[in-house]
Design a protein around this ligand. Sequence first.
Ligand code: FE
Length: 251
Amino acid sequence: MTSWFRGCAVLLWEVGSDDPRQEVFCTKIRKNQVVYMTEYNAKDAEHLHPLIHSHVPSEPALRVKALETLLVEKGLLDSAAVDAWVEVYSDEIGPKVGAAVVARAWCDDGFRERLLADGATAIGELGIQGWAPNHLKVVENTESVHNLVVCTLCSCYPHRLLGIQPAWYKLEAYRSRAVRDPRGVLAEFEVSIPETVRVDVWDSTAELRYFVLPQRPEGSEDMDEQALAALVSRNSMIGTQRDLPIETGGA
Ligand code: FE
């Protein structure tokens, strides 16, 4: 059995299927049992193959998966630890850093002006390092402008501020349609932008990442910086959310 064949089968297992033949086949693979050539059935293979490849992730994702599998097999890595790190970076570290930047900008006009003038240098004031000057462009939502960020080429994203990008940010459907039909894409996020509000779409690159400064919600005048930061959602800093509710932070 080739590693290619095993890799396809493991992927198929993870995708899941209602076809009992696939389950039997993949159970053997999962348990590292050898699939003998006498069990090979050309008709099954013909049936399975397109199904397998219709679900194959991108090449970088496959490489990462292969590397992770190898490290786990050698006892150098714990899959649960990887999951925990991904979760922390997705939900905790990243968006909270960005939210703190937004809250500071809402509370300090001088910082807000410096942030809009040169984002990379301004966030350095908060101890957020690792950016070259002018490599971060902060765009501000106003009553008359809404900003939406995309990377049309791949998935460039201000990780230090927002953590790991959501899966939809990497999808071709988002990357292409955010440019062609931003209002339509926003509607799918349940964001309705009045015709009187201009929508600007910003294309992030490896050299220049964009970050949206959302509007401070009405009714938040008495809240302190920490409480304000809790209102700021990840999506509002990408531009797929416009209005921030006072009660809780969103996605
Ligand atoms: Fe990119």
